[in-house]
Design a protein around this ligand. Structure first.
Ligand SMILES: [Zn+2]
Length: 118
């Protein structure tokens, strides 16, 4: 079974390696939507895969490193494409969330990535 919890954060970024004239070379912002998926079976007594409150407590400090920040200034995110932000988030969380199976990061309502560690 898969459970998920969703988070949103607002961040600024620019993409330093896109060609001159590309609009993403200019500093701009997005409201990102992040969905963290945990795989497991319901606990025999509690009936949950994981306490959503515990999941929130683990993810929130990572989200707070990005929220209302210029992501280019965050260590490890000098080129903050949606893809590389997802990998960065995964790498921050995986040691604390070994059952994490998938993350989704939506940069706009119509654009995003799914990352499963590969
Ligand atoms: Zn952007």
């Amino acid at each position: 079974m898969l459970i998920y919890k969703e988070f949103t954060f607002d961040s600024a970024h620019y993409l330093p390696y896109v060609p001159e004239g590309h609009k993403c070379k200019n500093m701009h912002g997005h409201t990102y939507r992040l969905r963290i998926w945990i795989e497991g079976t319901p606990h025999p007594e509690f009936g949950w895969v994981m306490d959503f409150a515990v999941l929130k407590d683990i993810v929130k400090p990572v989200v707070n490193q990005l929220d209302h920040k210029c992501m280019n200034e965050v260590p490890g995110l000098s080129n903050p494409t949606c893809e590389l932000i997802a990998v960065w988030i995964w790498d921050q969380l995986k040691p604390q969330l070994p059952a994490m199976a998938r993350i989704e990061l939506h940069e706009t309502p119509t654009s995003g990535v799914i990352y499963e560690g590969k």
